[in-house]
Design a protein around this ligand. Sequence first.
Ligand code: B1M
Length: 213
Amino acid sequence: MSKDEILRRLRDSVVNLDIEGVKKACEEALANGIPPIKALTEGMARGMDIVGQKYEAKEYFLAELIMSGEVMKEGMKILEPHIKEADVKSLGRIVVGTVKGDLHDIGKNIFANLLLAAGFDVIDLGANVPAEQFVETVSKHKPRILGLSALLTITMLELENVIKELEKAGLRSKVKVIVGGAPLTEDYAKRIGADAYAPDAVAGVNICKKWVK
Ligand code: B1M
C-alpha cells in the first residue's frame, strides 16, 4: 500500500469513527516509515476537519464529535511513543494548556507532542485550565514560553484573561505567549497582547524554536 493510501486510510478511519481501522492504519504508517507527525497532521487531523464540516452540515451530531475525539486519541496512543523517542537536547521549558471552559485538547496535544519531539521540556496542564493555574505554573516553573489553545469562539475571550492575569502577577514580561486554535487570527492575537499566533502546530513549534535560538 502506498504512503498516500495509508494517509487516506488514517483520515477516513477518523471520519468513519473506526477505532480498529485507525489503530491498524497507525501501525501501517509506522511500518511504512511515515513520520508519526505526518500521520497525525496529514492523516488523522484531516479527518477531524471533515468531522467538523459534517457537524456543521448536521450530518454528524455531538455523539459523533465525541467518538471522533476517542478515535483520534486511540491513534495518538500508538504514534506518541515514537514521537517521544527523539533524542534531542532541551530547548527550554514551555507550559501548554487549553483555556478554561474549553475541553478541546487534540490540537493542543499535537502541539505538545511536536514540542517534545523538537526538544522542549513540556509541562502540559491539560484542558479547561483556569487562568490562576497558568499563572501559578508560570510563577513556579519559570518557562520561557506559555502556549494557550482555544477552540471555541466563546473561549477565545479567556485567552485575553490569562494574559491580563499574567500582567497583574508581574509575569507578563518574563514569558513569551503563543496562542493557537481554529477560531483565532493573527489580528486577534495582536489585539489581546499575545506575542504570536500559530495557525497550526508545526508553525507554532517553528515560532517557539526561533524564540529560544
Ligand atoms: Co467541538 N467544536 N464542541 N468537540 N469540535 C468544534 C471546535 C466546532 C468548530 C465544530 C463545528 O461546529 N464545526 C465547534 C466550535 C464552534 C465555535 O465556537 N466557533 C464545536 C462545538 C460547538 C462544540 C460544543 C459546544 C458542542 C456541544 O456541546 N453542542 C462542545 C463544547 C465543549 C467544551 O469545550 N466546553 C464541543 C465538544 C467537543 C468534544 C468534546 C465532543 C470533542 C473534543 C474532544 C477532545 O478534544 N478531546 C469535539 C471535537 C472533536 C470537535 C472538532 C470536530 C474537532 C476538533 C479537533 O480536535 N480538531 C471541531 C471541528 C473542527 O475543528 N474541525 C469542533 C483537530 C485538531 C488537530 O485541530 O484543534 O484546530 P485543532 O488544532 C490545530 C490548530 O488549531 C493548531 O494546531 C493543531 C494542529 O495543527 N492549534 C495550535 C491548536 N491549539 C494550538 C495551540 C498552539 C499552536 C497551535 O500554540 C499554543
